[in-house]
Structures are given as structure tokens and as C-alpha cells.
Design a binder for this molecule. Structure first.
Ligand SMILES: [Fe+2]
Ligand SMILES: [Fe+2]
Length: 406
């Protein structure tokens, strides 16, 4: 082989090697890019998953939509590290959008937040079912004129809440705490979260309407049980009326008052399991029959137990409504303050209505006599604070006692 031929071979080899090595460098660079991309996606997925996990954990015991939205807004603000976050939902009746929950907004903006679909930024996002990322609202020609909602400044993201093609509202976030503008990673994260949030909100809505339907059914059932007997007609309704008045006067939180109202309507539901010949017996009950009647509070709790998701808190009140403050009630598990406050209130309301109603073997007590009985049994059968409050309520509210047989 001549010298030139050898040089030619070496040059060819060199070129081939160079080509391979540059391809290798390129491939390596691509690999690093892919790794970065993957770790970004993993990071984002982890964030989105941990968000969902926390949301599901925190809303599992929330019945009200306001509470569900509050949790979502709190978690979103922290995961996206923003100062302002709001959720606007479309009202089914008016078709308009309004802020249902927000963080970082002034009260006056919240009050006056109603928008037509199509208006401003939120309305645009809802109408087009399209998420937007605006780096600077003052310089973005698409949206600057739409900034009628006033609270947007700096960089913002607005993402529709949609289930398939049905848009139910919009999530807005703006003003990162770091003062940086939102990037594509933030945008992707918010879009992922919004898809899940839409499902959570829709579920909460379905849950609420199901729970309303359920409450109506069960309250009707309870009223039917009262109506089995002329002497107990409207009993649960009256107990609910008294119990709510006492609970409000004791300044219990509104959610607790609502549970007490539900429990009062259902408190004697266990009588479904008591034989008619006992419930409708015109004479006094034998000891044995009385023992069967006593089971109704526990039976009631058993009947309602499968519905614990709807009636969390209510079931214990039903079970304890015949417990006595001195511990001599039934089923006899609790005494004094250990008895649920709702059950202590219902015990007074229940006894009062029972005294005011006729029985086959006795006339109805007068209001004066019933009050005397409550006073006499205060501290033994009844919680004294509840009796005291009820007497004050009766003094004030003349309309509270109506003729239940009308
Ligand atoms: Fe009862
Ligand atoms: Fe009762």
C-alpha cells in the first residue's frame, strides 16, 4: 500500500470516528434533555398527585360546597405559591359567573363579582373553554381591555373548570409570591389540577343534591311514623322546632344546629322496629313492653348507620336522646357532659313536647305544669344549662308553642 493510500484510509477512519463521536455527543445531550424533561414531569405529577391526595383527605368530611371550595383554594394557593386565587362558578339558574371562593381578594370585589359568560377574562375563558397564561396583563393585547375584574395584575393564569365539554366555571391565579411570571410548568400543573378540581366540584354538587333528596325521604318516613299514632302526630317536627331554638340560643355553630335539626326529625325513627300493639296501646305499658320501647334509640342508630356519610354526628344524637344527665337513662352509656350536647338539648325538647301532648291515659299538661316538670328534673334527668336556656326561649318566643293537633 502506498503512502497516499494509507493517509486516505486514516482520514476516512478519522471522519467516520468524528461523525460517530458527534452523534454520540448529540445523543448524550438528548439523553440529558430527556432526563430533565422526565424529572420535570415526575416532579409535576408528584405535585399534582399530592395536591389531589390532600384535597381528597381534607374534603372527605365536608358536606358543604363552600367548605370544599375553601380547601381547594387554600391548597392551590400553597402548591402554586400565589397570593391570589379564586374560583368562579356558573349559576345554574342565572347562567352568570360569580366568585364562589377566593383568597387574597378584597371583600368589595367578592361582593360585586357577577359576570356574564363571555365578559372580561374569566368569561372569555369559560366561553371558549380555553386556558390562558398571560405574562403581563398590561402588555398583553389579547386581554388588556378585558381586565375589568380589577384584581389581576402582573402575571396570571385562568383555566376553565370543565368536565368533557361542559364548563362549570373557572379557576384564576395571579401574583406569584416570588414575583416571577408564571411559566409553562406552572401552567401545565394548573391545567392538570383544574381537570381534577372540576370533578371534585361536580361530585360535591351531586352529593349535595343526593343528600337533600335523602334527607327529604327520611324526614317523610319519620313523620309517617309519628302519624301512625294520633297522639304523636307532628312530634318530631315540634321537637326539631324546640331543639333548634335552644341550640341557637346557646349560640352553637350553625353546622351543629343543622345536625340537631336533622337528628330531631329522625330521633324516634327506631320506633319502626317497635311492635304496633305496644306503640298504639291505649293503656300503660308493662315492664317488658317498656323495655322494648327503650330499645328504639339504639335501633334508630342501627337503622341510620349505613348512611353515616350523610349523617355523621346525627347518629350519635339519635342514639343518646334518652340518656339522662345523672346517667340513669338508656341505653345508659353516658352521663352529664359526656352526652352529646345535641342529645342533651333533644332530651329537653322531646320531654316538653311529650308533656304537652295528650295520651290515651292522661290529658296534655298545661304549659305551666310542663315547665315545672322541666325545672324539677333539671340536674337529674336534664342538663341544667339546657333547661335554663329553654325557659328563657319560651319566655321570649310566644309563637314557639302551637297547637300540634291543628
Ligand atoms: Fe325517643
Ligand atoms: Fe320522641
Amino acid at each position: 500500500m502506498g503512502k497516499n493510500a494509507s493517509i486516505e484510509i486514516i482520514r476516512n477512519l478519522g471522519e467516520k470516528f468524528e461523525g460517530k463521536s458527534s452523534r454520540l455527543v448529540k445523543a448524550n445531550g438528548r439523553l440529558i434533555e430527556l432526563k430533565k424533561e422526565l424529572s420535570r414531569k415526575v416532579r409535576q405529577r408528584t405535585k399534582a398527585l399530592s395536591f389531589l391526595y390532600r384535597i381528597e383527605r381534607d374534603i372527605s368530611n365536608k358536606l358543604k360546597m363552600e367548605d370544599v371550595l375553601k380547601v381547594i383554594v387554600e391548597k392551590m394557593s400553597s402548591i402554586l405559591n400565589v397570593k391570589i386565587c379564586s374560583i368562579l362558578l356558573i349559576d345554574d339558574k342565572t347562567g352568570k359567573l360569580s366568585i364562589k371562593c377566593a383568597k387574597g381578594l378584597e371583600q368589595k370585589i367578592l361582593k360585586d363579582s357577577e359576570l356574564e359568560v363571555g365578559d372580561n377574562i374569566s368569561g372569555w375563558v369559560v366561553r371558549h373553554n380555553k386556558p390562558i397564561l398571560v405574562k403581563n396583563i398590561d402588555k398583553d393585547a389579547r386581554f388588556v381591555k378585558r381586565n375589568g375584574e380589577k384584581y389581576y395584575n402582573e402575571s396570571l393564569m385562568s383555566v376553565p373548570l370543565a368536565i368533557k365539554d361542559k364548563v362549570i366555571g373557572v379557576i384564576n391565579v395571579n401574583n406569584k409570591k416570588s414575583r416571577r411570571i408564571f411559566n409553562q410548568e406552572d401552567f401545565r400543573l394548573l391545567k392538570q389540577i383544574a381537570a381534577q378540581v372540576a370533578i371534585v366540584i361536580e361530585n360535591a354538587r351531586l352529593y349535595r343534591s343526593l343528600s337533600n333528596l335523602y334527607m327529604r325521604t327520611i324526614t317523610t318516613l319519620a313523620a309517617t311514623i309519628d302519624a301512625r299514632d294520633h297522639y304523636t302526630r307532628r312530634h318530631s317536627e315540634m321537637v326539631a322546632k324546640y331543639a333548634v331554638a335552644i341550640a341557637e340560643a346557646m349560640k352553637l355553630p350553625p353546622e351543629r344546629v343543622e345536625l340537631i335539626r336533622q337528628a330531631s326529625h329522625l330521633h324516634d325513627i327506631g320506633k319502626i322496629g317497635v311492635h304496633d300493639f305496644i306503640l298504639l296501646k291505649p293503656d300503660k305499658l308493662t315492664d317488658e313492653e317498656w323495655e322494648e320501647v327503650k330499645l328504639h334509640s339504639v335501633k334508630g342508630a342501627e337503622i341510620l348507620a349505613p348512611l353515616v356519610v350523610f349523617l355523621n354526628g346525627v347518629i350519635d344524637m339519635v342514639k343518646q336522646h334518652h340518656e339522662r344527665y345523672d346517667g340513669r337513662g338508656y341505653p345508659g352509656y353516658y352521663r352529664d357532659e359526656k352526652i352529646d350536647i345535641g342529645a342533651r338539648i333533644m332530651a329537653v325538647a322531646d320531654a316538653f313536647d311529650a308533656m304537652l301532648s295528650e295520651r290515651p291515659y292522661r290529658k296534655a299538661y298545661s304549659k305551666k305544669k310542663a315547665i315545672e316538670e322541666l325545672r324539677e328534673n333539671s340536674g337529674t334527668q336534664f342538663d341544667p344549662k339546657v333547661v335554663e336556656t329553654f325557659l328563657k326561649v319560651l319566655n321570649k318566643g310566644a309563637g314557639l308553642i302551637q297547637n300540634r293537633y291543628q
